[in-house]
Design a protein around this ligand. Structure first.
Ligand SMILES: [Zn+2]
Length: 292
């Protein structure tokens, strides 16, 4: 079989798997903040409680077949459902293309980034709806990062080093140290801003939920990419505030959840980690010359 055809089939499988995963993430977004089990009972309409059969639970397809309405009560199904499914499918596809097909990363690394992406999507949609980032997700993520790094140290290999895998192999303890260092730097950066915000603005610009979310990101992506994520996120926040301002919807003291911007920044930075880390390395090099 032509290698391109095989790649295309694998890429399609990744997107389909992402769509199915997105369907599960929707369950998590609804149930985790309501302290309901995410595995039991099966899918039901939040309005009428009617059980949703498998044929009405096909990611994306069912939403359009049902024209966005519940089969039992005709109540509107939130457009969040297809949106989360599309975003997850897209994320699984883009990560597969950039990490596995282009950068030659092992599937373990791909899985780690996909799981992080899922945690970020769930946290963001919950933050948008309820202005809270569930500890269940961030604490689990902060444990997952170091443990996964120790088991699959390839996660902390410098990006683009797959050609010289043997020369660039990272030991388990080094990977664990990288993960912990990433958590400290990432969480620490946000913590500094939370404290400064409290002192300067006397109100919460970012909260402890954001600190934990960022620490979770740092435990997987390491300190260098975390620094880039931290500086990219405000651009997305600024863009969002600008369009609110232009539409006349930005009032003083307007509360804006920050998790979505950290998440978008991380999701954009992960497939672009090669160039982003090289950019940061060159800045560090210039500064080191200036100081020496
Ligand atoms: Zn219903």
């Amino acid at each position: 079989m032509e290698i391109h055809v095989l790649c295309l089939i694998l890429l399609t499988l990744a997107v389909v798997f992402g769509l199915i995963m997105g369907s599960f993430l929707n369950v998590c977004i609804f149930r985790i903040p309501r302290n309901e089990s995410i595995v039991w009972p099966g899918s039901h309409c939040p309005r009428c409680g009617g059980i949703i059969g498998w044929y009405d639970n096909i990611p994306l397809v069912s939403y359009f077949l049902l024209k966005g309405r519940c089969r039992s009560c005709s109540g509107e199904i939130s457009p969040r459902y297809p949106l989360v499914e599309v975003l997850t499918g897209l994320m699984f596809g883009v990560f597969f293309y950039s990490l596995v097909l282009k950068a030659g990363e092992p599937l373990s690394v791909y899985a780690a980034y996909c799981l992080l992406g899922c945690a970020l999507l769930v946290s963001s949609f919950i933050d948008v709806e309820l202005y809270v980032i569930p500890n269940e997700i961030t604490y689990l993520g902060m444990v997952f990062g170091p443990v996964f790094s120790f088991i699959f140290p390839a996660l902390h290999r410098p990006p683009g080093s797959y050609a010289a895998v043997d020369a660039m192999e990272v030991g388990r303890w080094d990977a664990l140290a990288s993960s912990l260092c990433g958590m400290l730097v990432a969480g620490g950066l946000v913590l500094v801003f939370v404290v400064l915000g409290q002192i300067a603005l006397r109100r919460e610009a970012m909260g402890m939920g954001d600190v934990k979310l960022m620490a979770m990101i740092g435990g997987i992506v390491g300190w260098k990419l975390s620094v880039m994520v931290f500086f990219i996120a405000p651009f997305f926040a600024l863009l969002f505030s600008l369009q609110l301002l232009l539409r006349g919807q930005l009032e003083k003291g307007h509360k804006i959840p920050y998790a979505p911007f950290l998440s978008i920044a991380a999701l954009v930075a992960i497939p672009l980690q090669g160039p982003l880390i090289r950019f940061l390395d060159s800045r560090i090099y210039i500064f080191s010359l200036l100081w020496s």
